[in-house]
Design a binder for this molecule. Structure first.
Ligand code: 5GP
Ligand code: SF4
Ligand code: MG
Length: 455
Protein backbone atom coordinates (compact mmCIF):
# COMPACT_ATOMS: atom_id res chain seq x y z
CA UNK A 1 0.00 0.00 0.00
CA UNK A 2 0.91 3.64 -0.20
CA UNK A 3 0.31 6.25 2.48
CA UNK A 4 0.56 10.02 2.37
CA UNK A 5 -0.08 12.68 5.03
CA UNK A 6 0.23 16.42 5.41
CA UNK A 7 -0.03 18.89 8.28
CA UNK A 8 -0.36 22.65 8.05
CA UNK A 9 -1.45 23.38 4.50
CA UNK A 10 -4.74 25.05 3.50
CA UNK A 11 -5.06 22.64 0.57
CA UNK A 12 -4.21 19.50 2.53
CA UNK A 13 -6.64 17.17 0.73
CA UNK A 14 -5.64 18.39 -2.75
CA UNK A 15 -1.99 17.71 -1.98
CA UNK A 16 -2.86 14.31 -0.54
CA UNK A 17 -4.65 13.54 -3.78
CA UNK A 18 -1.47 14.37 -5.70
CA UNK A 19 0.65 12.37 -3.26
CA UNK A 20 -1.56 9.33 -3.69
CA UNK A 21 -1.42 9.76 -7.45
CA UNK A 22 2.38 9.53 -7.29
CA UNK A 23 2.07 6.43 -5.07
CA UNK A 24 -0.49 4.69 -7.26
CA UNK A 25 1.97 1.87 -8.08
CA UNK A 26 1.79 0.75 -4.43
CA UNK A 27 -1.89 -0.19 -4.68
CA UNK A 28 -4.67 0.03 -7.22
CA UNK A 29 -7.66 -1.55 -5.52
CA UNK A 30 -9.01 1.47 -3.73
CA UNK A 31 -8.05 4.79 -2.22
CA UNK A 32 -9.24 7.23 0.39
CA UNK A 33 -8.51 10.60 1.94
CA UNK A 34 -9.39 11.84 5.42
CA UNK A 35 -9.07 15.53 6.31
CA UNK A 36 -9.55 17.78 9.32
CA UNK A 37 -10.31 21.46 9.70
CA UNK A 38 -9.33 21.38 13.36
CA UNK A 39 -12.77 20.47 14.67
CA UNK A 40 -14.02 17.54 12.65
CA UNK A 41 -12.83 14.72 10.38
CA UNK A 42 -14.06 14.30 6.81
CA UNK A 43 -13.62 11.09 4.81
CA UNK A 44 -13.97 10.11 1.15
CA UNK A 45 -12.98 6.68 -0.14
CA UNK A 46 -13.86 4.23 -2.84
CA UNK A 47 -12.68 1.25 -4.84
CA UNK A 48 -10.66 2.11 -7.93
CA UNK A 49 -7.75 4.30 -8.95
CA UNK A 50 -6.98 7.67 -7.36
CA UNK A 51 -7.80 9.62 -10.53
CA UNK A 52 -11.12 7.81 -10.89
CA UNK A 53 -12.20 8.39 -7.31
CA UNK A 54 -11.26 12.01 -6.73
CA UNK A 55 -12.38 15.05 -8.66
CA UNK A 56 -12.95 18.66 -7.74
CA UNK A 57 -16.35 17.94 -6.27
CA UNK A 58 -15.17 15.09 -4.05
CA UNK A 59 -12.10 17.04 -2.93
CA UNK A 60 -14.37 19.95 -1.92
CA UNK A 61 -15.87 17.60 0.69
CA UNK A 62 -12.44 17.37 2.32
CA UNK A 63 -11.71 20.77 3.92
CA UNK A 64 -8.94 21.60 6.33
CA UNK A 65 -5.21 21.79 6.88
CA UNK A 66 -4.55 18.20 7.98
CA UNK A 67 -5.01 15.15 5.78
CA UNK A 68 -3.99 11.53 5.33
CA UNK A 69 -4.54 9.24 2.37
CA UNK A 70 -4.11 5.61 1.43
CA UNK A 71 -3.77 3.46 -1.71
CA UNK A 72 -4.91 -0.07 -1.05
CA UNK A 73 -3.29 -3.31 -2.20
CA UNK A 74 -4.74 -6.18 -0.22
CA UNK A 75 -2.68 -8.66 1.72
CA UNK A 76 -5.05 -9.37 4.64
CA UNK A 77 -8.76 -8.84 4.01
CA UNK A 78 -10.66 -8.87 0.75
CA UNK A 79 -10.97 -6.15 -1.84
CA UNK A 80 -14.20 -4.52 -0.68
CA UNK A 81 -15.13 -0.93 0.05
CA UNK A 82 -15.21 -1.56 3.83
CA UNK A 83 -11.54 -2.46 3.69
CA UNK A 84 -10.50 0.68 1.81
CA UNK A 85 -8.54 3.04 4.06
CA UNK A 86 -8.24 5.43 5.86
CA UNK A 87 -10.38 3.73 8.48
CA UNK A 88 -12.13 6.26 10.72
CA UNK A 89 -13.76 5.85 14.10
CA UNK A 90 -15.19 7.94 16.89
CA UNK A 91 -14.46 7.01 20.49
CA UNK A 92 -14.31 8.56 23.95
CA UNK A 93 -11.48 10.99 23.08
CA UNK A 94 -12.92 12.17 19.75
CA UNK A 95 -12.31 10.97 16.21
CA UNK A 96 -9.35 9.12 14.80
CA UNK A 97 -8.36 7.87 11.35
CA UNK A 98 -5.66 5.42 10.33
CA UNK A 99 -3.83 4.53 7.10
CA UNK A 100 -1.58 1.45 7.22
CA UNK A 101 1.12 0.14 4.90
CA UNK A 102 2.33 -3.30 5.89
CA UNK A 103 0.79 -6.41 7.31
CA UNK A 104 0.30 -7.54 10.90
CA UNK A 105 1.12 -11.13 11.88
CA UNK A 106 -0.66 -13.41 14.37
CA UNK A 107 -3.80 -11.30 14.45
CA UNK A 108 -6.28 -14.13 15.04
CA UNK A 109 -5.85 -14.40 18.80
CA UNK A 110 -5.85 -10.67 19.30
CA UNK A 111 -8.94 -10.29 17.16
CA UNK A 112 -10.95 -12.98 18.91
CA UNK A 113 -9.95 -11.55 22.26
CA UNK A 114 -11.24 -8.15 21.20
CA UNK A 115 -14.42 -9.71 19.84
CA UNK A 116 -15.04 -11.65 23.05
CA UNK A 117 -14.62 -8.33 24.77
CA UNK A 118 -17.44 -6.83 22.70
CA UNK A 119 -15.64 -5.25 19.76
CA UNK A 120 -17.62 -5.24 16.53
CA UNK A 121 -15.29 -5.32 13.52
CA UNK A 122 -16.50 -3.38 10.49
CA UNK A 123 -13.82 -4.69 8.16
CA UNK A 124 -11.70 -7.78 7.59
CA UNK A 125 -8.58 -5.62 7.39
CA UNK A 126 -5.86 -6.25 9.96
CA UNK A 127 -5.45 -2.50 10.43
CA UNK A 128 -8.79 -2.13 12.22
CA UNK A 129 -7.36 -4.00 15.21
CA UNK A 130 -5.17 -1.00 15.98
CA UNK A 131 -8.20 1.30 16.09
CA UNK A 132 -10.01 -1.03 18.51
CA UNK A 133 -6.96 -1.25 20.72
CA UNK A 134 -6.77 2.56 20.87
CA UNK A 135 -10.48 3.01 21.53
CA UNK A 136 -10.68 0.31 24.20
CA UNK A 137 -7.69 1.45 26.23
CA UNK A 138 -8.98 2.07 29.76
CA UNK A 139 -7.08 5.26 30.36
CA UNK A 140 -4.21 7.47 29.28
CA UNK A 141 -4.08 10.42 26.97
CA UNK A 142 -4.29 9.88 23.25
CA UNK A 143 -0.58 9.44 22.45
CA UNK A 144 -0.13 6.96 25.28
CA UNK A 145 -3.12 4.99 24.05
CA UNK A 146 -1.80 4.90 20.49
CA UNK A 147 1.67 3.83 21.63
CA UNK A 148 0.18 1.12 23.83
CA UNK A 149 -2.01 -0.10 21.00
CA UNK A 150 0.81 -0.50 18.49
CA UNK A 151 2.96 -2.19 21.12
CA UNK A 152 0.34 -4.94 21.27
CA UNK A 153 0.56 -5.81 17.58
CA UNK A 154 3.42 -7.36 15.65
CA UNK A 155 4.32 -7.26 12.02
CA UNK A 156 5.08 -4.60 9.46
CA UNK A 157 3.49 -1.21 9.89
CA UNK A 158 4.21 2.19 8.46
CA UNK A 159 1.23 4.04 9.90
CA UNK A 160 -0.33 7.43 9.54
CA UNK A 161 -2.96 8.46 12.07
CA UNK A 162 -4.83 11.69 12.51
CA UNK A 163 -7.31 13.25 14.86
CA UNK A 164 -8.94 16.67 14.74
CA UNK A 165 -5.69 18.44 15.62
CA UNK A 166 -2.70 16.22 14.87
CA UNK A 167 -0.94 14.10 12.30
CA UNK A 168 0.90 11.08 13.74
CA UNK A 169 3.34 8.77 11.98
CA UNK A 170 4.59 5.45 13.37
CA UNK A 171 7.02 2.93 11.93
CA UNK A 172 7.43 -0.61 13.29
CA UNK A 173 10.70 -1.24 15.16
CA UNK A 174 12.14 -3.24 12.23
CA UNK A 175 11.47 -0.51 9.67
CA UNK A 176 10.13 -3.03 7.19
CA UNK A 177 8.18 -0.66 4.92
CA UNK A 178 9.55 2.76 4.00
CA UNK A 179 8.14 6.01 5.43
CA UNK A 180 9.67 9.42 4.86
CA UNK A 181 9.27 12.94 6.23
CA UNK A 182 9.33 15.98 4.01
CA UNK A 183 8.65 19.68 4.14
CA UNK A 184 6.65 21.97 1.91
CA UNK A 185 7.22 25.55 3.12
CA UNK A 186 5.49 25.61 6.56
CA UNK A 187 3.78 22.27 6.06
CA UNK A 188 5.08 18.82 6.95
CA UNK A 189 4.46 15.88 4.66
CA UNK A 190 4.91 12.17 5.17
CA UNK A 191 4.88 9.57 2.40
CA UNK A 192 5.67 5.94 1.69
CA UNK A 193 8.07 7.08 -1.01
CA UNK A 194 9.80 10.33 -1.89
CA UNK A 195 8.41 10.35 -5.45
CA UNK A 196 5.28 11.80 -3.79
CA UNK A 197 7.36 14.73 -2.46
CA UNK A 198 8.73 15.46 -5.94
CA UNK A 199 5.27 15.86 -7.43
CA UNK A 200 4.14 18.45 -4.87
CA UNK A 201 7.51 20.23 -4.67
CA UNK A 202 8.29 19.13 -1.11
CA UNK A 203 11.82 18.50 0.21
CA UNK A 204 12.81 15.11 1.63
CA UNK A 205 14.11 15.63 5.17
CA UNK A 206 14.61 12.16 6.63
CA UNK A 207 12.90 8.83 7.25
CA UNK A 208 10.62 8.14 10.18
CA UNK A 209 12.96 6.00 12.30
CA UNK A 210 12.10 2.36 12.98
CA UNK A 211 10.21 2.36 16.30
CA UNK A 212 9.56 6.09 16.18
CA UNK A 213 6.29 7.91 16.72
CA UNK A 214 6.22 11.40 15.24
CA UNK A 215 3.49 13.78 16.39
CA UNK A 216 2.90 16.87 14.27
CA UNK A 217 0.62 19.58 15.68
CA UNK A 218 0.34 23.36 16.05
CA UNK A 219 3.03 23.01 18.71
CA UNK A 220 5.50 21.62 16.20
CA UNK A 221 7.05 18.19 15.71
CA UNK A 222 7.56 15.82 18.60
CA UNK A 223 9.48 12.56 18.26
CA UNK A 224 9.00 9.66 20.69
CA UNK A 225 10.80 6.34 20.74
CA UNK A 226 7.96 3.96 21.57
CA UNK A 227 9.63 0.60 20.97
CA UNK A 228 12.74 -1.07 22.29
CA UNK A 229 15.38 -1.29 19.60
CA UNK A 230 15.07 -4.23 17.24
CA UNK A 231 17.44 -5.31 14.50
CA UNK A 232 16.45 -3.36 11.39
CA UNK A 233 14.84 -5.43 8.64
CA UNK A 234 13.98 -3.22 5.69
CA UNK A 235 12.20 -5.02 2.86
CA UNK A 236 14.75 -5.70 0.12
CA UNK A 237 11.93 -6.35 -2.33
CA UNK A 238 11.14 -2.61 -2.28
CA UNK A 239 14.44 -2.16 -4.12
CA UNK A 240 13.91 -5.13 -6.42
CA UNK A 241 10.34 -4.47 -7.50
CA UNK A 242 7.92 -2.54 -5.37
CA UNK A 243 9.15 1.04 -5.00
CA UNK A 244 9.37 3.49 -7.89
CA UNK A 245 12.88 3.89 -9.34
CA UNK A 246 12.79 7.67 -8.83
CA UNK A 247 12.25 7.28 -5.07
CA UNK A 248 14.86 7.39 -2.31
CA UNK A 249 14.06 4.88 0.41
CA UNK A 250 15.68 3.44 3.55
CA UNK A 251 17.84 6.43 4.42
CA UNK A 252 18.26 8.22 1.12
CA UNK A 253 19.12 5.29 -1.17
CA UNK A 254 18.09 5.74 -4.80
CA UNK A 255 15.97 2.81 -5.98
CA UNK A 256 17.02 3.22 -9.62
CA UNK A 257 20.72 3.09 -8.75
CA UNK A 258 20.28 -0.12 -6.75
CA UNK A 259 18.17 -1.73 -9.46
CA UNK A 260 20.75 -0.92 -12.12
CA UNK A 261 23.57 -2.28 -9.96
CA UNK A 262 21.57 -5.49 -9.48
CA UNK A 263 21.52 -5.77 -13.27
CA UNK A 264 25.28 -5.23 -13.46
CA UNK A 265 25.87 -7.89 -10.81
CA UNK A 266 23.52 -10.22 -12.67
CA UNK A 267 25.62 -9.76 -15.81
CA UNK A 268 28.84 -10.51 -13.90
CA UNK A 269 27.33 -13.68 -12.44
CA UNK A 270 25.40 -14.91 -15.48
CA UNK A 271 27.07 -13.83 -18.73
CA UNK A 272 25.80 -15.11 -22.06
CA UNK A 273 26.64 -14.57 -25.70
CA UNK A 274 23.75 -12.66 -27.24
CA UNK A 275 22.77 -9.88 -29.66
CA UNK A 276 20.45 -7.74 -27.54
CA UNK A 277 19.32 -7.18 -23.94
CA UNK A 278 15.64 -6.40 -23.44
CA UNK A 279 13.69 -5.66 -20.25
CA UNK A 280 10.31 -6.99 -19.26
CA UNK A 281 8.82 -3.53 -18.81
CA UNK A 282 8.44 -1.65 -16.58
CA UNK A 283 9.93 -3.37 -13.58
CA UNK A 284 12.83 -4.92 -15.49
CA UNK A 285 14.06 -1.72 -17.16
CA UNK A 286 16.74 -0.42 -14.75
CA UNK A 287 18.24 -3.89 -14.24
CA UNK A 288 18.30 -4.47 -18.01
CA UNK A 289 20.17 -1.17 -18.50
CA UNK A 290 22.69 -2.32 -15.90
CA UNK A 291 23.04 -5.72 -17.55
CA UNK A 292 23.54 -4.12 -20.96
CA UNK A 293 26.15 -1.65 -19.69
CA UNK A 294 28.08 -4.34 -17.87
CA UNK A 295 27.98 -6.91 -20.67
CA UNK A 296 28.39 -4.50 -23.57
CA UNK A 297 25.38 -6.08 -25.31
CA UNK A 298 23.08 -3.41 -26.82
CA UNK A 299 19.87 -2.52 -24.94
CA UNK A 300 16.62 -2.56 -26.88
CA UNK A 301 12.93 -2.34 -26.20
CA UNK A 302 11.70 -5.69 -27.47
CA UNK A 303 8.45 -5.76 -25.52
CA UNK A 304 6.00 -2.88 -25.35
CA UNK A 305 3.76 -2.54 -22.37
CA UNK A 306 0.23 -1.26 -22.46
CA UNK A 307 0.20 1.13 -19.52
CA UNK A 308 -3.52 1.24 -19.09
CA UNK A 309 -4.19 -2.24 -17.75
CA UNK A 310 -2.69 -1.82 -14.29
CA UNK A 311 -0.58 -4.42 -12.63
CA UNK A 312 -2.56 -7.57 -13.34
CA UNK A 313 -0.68 -9.42 -10.63
CA UNK A 314 -2.17 -7.08 -8.02
CA UNK A 315 -5.67 -7.31 -9.49
CA UNK A 316 -7.44 -9.67 -7.15
CA UNK A 317 -9.94 -10.72 -9.83
CA UNK A 318 -8.63 -13.98 -11.25
CA UNK A 319 -10.38 -13.43 -14.57
CA UNK A 320 -8.01 -10.66 -15.67
CA UNK A 321 -5.02 -12.97 -15.53
CA UNK A 322 -6.66 -15.37 -17.98
CA UNK A 323 -6.21 -12.84 -20.76
CA UNK A 324 -2.63 -13.82 -20.28
CA UNK A 325 0.33 -11.62 -20.70
CA UNK A 326 -0.85 -10.40 -24.12
CA UNK A 327 -3.17 -7.87 -22.58
CA UNK A 328 -0.12 -6.19 -21.12
CA UNK A 329 2.85 -6.91 -23.40
CA UNK A 330 3.44 -7.14 -27.13
CA UNK A 331 6.76 -7.98 -28.84
CA UNK A 332 8.50 -5.70 -31.33
CA UNK A 333 9.18 -8.10 -34.18
CA UNK A 334 11.57 -5.74 -35.92
CA UNK A 335 13.84 -5.80 -32.86
CA UNK A 336 13.63 -9.50 -32.03
CA UNK A 337 13.57 -11.30 -35.37
CA UNK A 338 16.41 -13.82 -35.65
CA UNK A 339 18.19 -12.48 -32.55
CA UNK A 340 19.76 -14.10 -29.51
CA UNK A 341 17.92 -12.21 -26.78
CA UNK A 342 18.71 -11.71 -23.10
CA UNK A 343 15.44 -10.97 -21.28
CA UNK A 344 15.68 -9.25 -17.90
CA UNK A 345 12.92 -9.44 -15.30
CA UNK A 346 13.03 -8.56 -11.62
CA UNK A 347 11.56 -11.78 -10.25
CA UNK A 348 9.81 -15.04 -11.04
CA UNK A 349 6.90 -15.76 -8.74
CA UNK A 350 4.70 -18.50 -10.14
CA UNK A 351 6.55 -18.66 -13.42
CA UNK A 352 3.43 -18.17 -15.50
CA UNK A 353 4.38 -14.71 -16.81
CA UNK A 354 7.89 -15.78 -17.73
CA UNK A 355 6.61 -18.80 -19.60
CA UNK A 356 4.24 -16.69 -21.69
CA UNK A 357 6.89 -14.05 -22.29
CA UNK A 358 9.43 -16.56 -23.60
CA UNK A 359 6.81 -18.07 -25.89
CA UNK A 360 5.79 -14.64 -27.13
CA UNK A 361 9.35 -13.53 -27.84
CA UNK A 362 10.03 -16.71 -29.79
CA UNK A 363 6.74 -17.24 -31.61
CA UNK A 364 5.48 -13.72 -32.22
CA UNK A 365 8.84 -11.95 -32.08
CA UNK A 366 10.80 -14.52 -34.06
CA UNK A 367 13.81 -14.56 -31.69
CA UNK A 368 16.37 -17.30 -32.23
CA UNK A 369 17.34 -17.78 -28.57
CA UNK A 370 15.86 -16.52 -25.32
CA UNK A 371 18.09 -16.22 -22.26
CA UNK A 372 16.12 -15.29 -19.16
CA UNK A 373 18.00 -13.38 -16.44
CA UNK A 374 16.39 -12.48 -13.11
CA UNK A 375 17.69 -9.57 -11.03
CA UNK A 376 16.84 -11.25 -7.70
CA UNK A 377 17.51 -14.67 -6.19
CA UNK A 378 14.87 -17.42 -6.54
CA UNK A 379 11.68 -16.48 -4.65
CA UNK A 380 11.32 -19.37 -2.21
CA UNK A 381 9.30 -17.95 0.69
CA UNK A 382 6.01 -16.08 0.88
CA UNK A 383 5.91 -12.60 2.38
CA UNK A 384 3.94 -12.03 5.58
CA UNK A 385 4.86 -8.37 5.87
CA UNK A 386 2.85 -6.60 3.22
CA UNK A 387 3.74 -7.95 -0.21
CA UNK A 388 1.08 -10.13 -1.73
CA UNK A 389 3.10 -13.20 -2.71
CA UNK A 390 1.26 -16.49 -3.03
CA UNK A 391 1.67 -19.46 -0.68
CA UNK A 392 4.90 -21.37 -0.66
CA UNK A 393 3.41 -24.16 -2.77
CA UNK A 394 2.65 -21.73 -5.58
CA UNK A 395 6.14 -20.25 -5.67
CA UNK A 396 7.81 -22.19 -8.46
CA UNK A 397 11.32 -21.82 -7.02
CA UNK A 398 10.29 -23.27 -3.66
CA UNK A 399 9.97 -26.74 -5.12
CA UNK A 400 11.91 -26.66 -8.40
CA UNK A 401 15.55 -26.48 -9.33
CA UNK A 402 16.69 -23.74 -11.70
CA UNK A 403 17.05 -26.23 -14.55
CA UNK A 404 13.47 -27.41 -13.98
CA UNK A 405 12.23 -23.83 -14.04
CA UNK A 406 14.18 -23.20 -17.22
CA UNK A 407 12.47 -26.17 -18.86
CA UNK A 408 9.07 -25.02 -17.62
CA UNK A 409 9.43 -21.52 -19.02
CA UNK A 410 11.05 -22.99 -22.18
CA UNK A 411 14.02 -20.60 -22.12
CA UNK A 412 17.35 -21.52 -23.70
CA UNK A 413 19.02 -20.57 -20.45
CA UNK A 414 17.99 -19.14 -17.09
CA UNK A 415 20.08 -17.32 -14.53
CA UNK A 416 19.21 -15.70 -11.23
CA UNK A 417 21.14 -13.20 -9.17
CA UNK A 418 22.77 -14.97 -6.22
CA UNK A 419 21.87 -14.16 -2.62
CA UNK A 420 25.52 -13.20 -2.08
CA UNK A 421 25.33 -10.92 -5.11
CA UNK A 422 22.20 -9.26 -3.75
CA UNK A 423 23.87 -8.71 -0.38
CA UNK A 424 26.91 -7.25 -2.09
CA UNK A 425 24.85 -4.63 -3.92
CA UNK A 426 22.50 -3.56 -1.09
CA UNK A 427 24.28 -1.10 1.22
CA UNK A 428 24.27 -2.37 4.84
CA UNK A 429 22.53 -5.54 3.72
CA UNK A 430 22.58 -6.97 7.26
CA UNK A 431 19.75 -4.53 8.04
CA UNK A 432 17.42 -6.03 5.44
CA UNK A 433 14.70 -8.64 5.37
CA UNK A 434 15.37 -11.09 2.54
CA UNK A 435 12.97 -13.75 3.79
CA UNK A 436 11.36 -14.35 0.40
CA UNK A 437 14.83 -15.38 -0.81
CA UNK A 438 16.35 -17.04 2.27
CA UNK A 439 13.34 -17.91 4.49
CA UNK A 440 14.89 -16.06 7.44
CA UNK A 441 11.84 -14.26 8.77
CA UNK A 442 12.83 -11.32 10.99
CA UNK A 443 9.49 -11.24 12.85
CA UNK A 444 8.42 -14.53 14.33
CA UNK A 445 4.93 -15.79 13.90
CA UNK A 446 2.90 -18.81 14.87
CA UNK A 447 3.51 -22.29 13.58
CA UNK A 448 0.19 -22.49 11.76
CA UNK A 449 1.49 -20.10 9.19
CA UNK A 450 4.91 -21.71 9.26
CA UNK A 451 3.36 -24.76 7.65
CA UNK A 452 3.09 -22.56 4.59
CA UNK A 453 6.78 -21.91 4.77
CA UNK A 454 8.14 -25.37 5.44
CA UNK A 455 8.04 -27.69 2.53
P1 5GP B 1 5.12 -14.85 -12.35
O1 5GP B 1 4.54 -15.07 -13.68
O2 5GP B 1 6.44 -15.51 -12.20
O3 5GP B 1 4.15 -15.29 -11.30
O4 5GP B 1 5.31 -13.29 -12.12
C1 5GP B 1 6.50 -12.63 -12.38
C2 5GP B 1 6.23 -11.18 -12.68
O5 5GP B 1 5.46 -10.61 -11.61
C3 5GP B 1 7.47 -10.33 -12.79
O6 5GP B 1 7.41 -9.62 -14.01
C4 5GP B 1 7.44 -9.36 -11.63
O7 5GP B 1 7.79 -8.05 -12.07
C5 5GP B 1 6.02 -9.39 -11.20
N1 5GP B 1 5.88 -9.32 -9.74
C6 5GP B 1 6.65 -9.81 -8.78
N2 5GP B 1 6.15 -9.53 -7.56
C7 5GP B 1 5.04 -8.82 -7.77
C8 5GP B 1 4.08 -8.20 -6.91
O8 5GP B 1 4.14 -8.25 -5.70
N3 5GP B 1 3.08 -7.55 -7.54
C9 5GP B 1 2.98 -7.47 -8.89
N4 5GP B 1 1.98 -6.81 -9.42
N5 5GP B 1 3.84 -8.04 -9.70
C10 5GP B 1 4.86 -8.70 -9.16
FE1 SF4 C 1 10.16 -7.88 1.65
FE2 SF4 C 1 10.48 -10.42 1.02
FE3 SF4 C 1 10.83 -9.62 3.54
FE4 SF4 C 1 8.39 -9.61 2.45
S1 SF4 C 1 9.67 -11.40 2.87
S2 SF4 C 1 9.31 -8.02 3.70
S3 SF4 C 1 8.85 -9.08 0.33
S4 SF4 C 1 12.06 -9.05 1.73
MG1 MG D 1 7.38 -7.18 -13.97
Amino acid sequence: CGVFGIFGHPEAANLTYLGLYALQHRGQEGAGICSSDGTKLYLEKSLGLVAEIFNEKVLKNLPGHISIGHNRYSTTGSSTIENVQPLMATYSLGSIAIAHNGNLVDIDKLKSKLEKDGAIFQTTSDSEIILHLIARAKDGEVHERIANAVRQVRGAFSLLLMNEKELIAIRDPYGIRPLSLGQLRDAYVIASETCAFDLIGATYIRDIEPGEMLIISEEGVKSLKIFNSAPKAHCVFEFIYFARPDSYIFDHICVNTVRKELGRQLARENPVEADIVIPVPDSGVPAALGYAEQSGIPFEFGLIRNHYVGRTFIEPKQSIRHFGVKIKLNPVREVLQGKRVVVIDDSIVRGTTSKKIVKMIKELGGAKEVHMRISSPPTVGPCFYGIDTPTRQELIASSHKIEEIRKYITADSLGYLSLEGLKKIIPNSEFYCMACFNCKYPIEFESKKLSQIEL
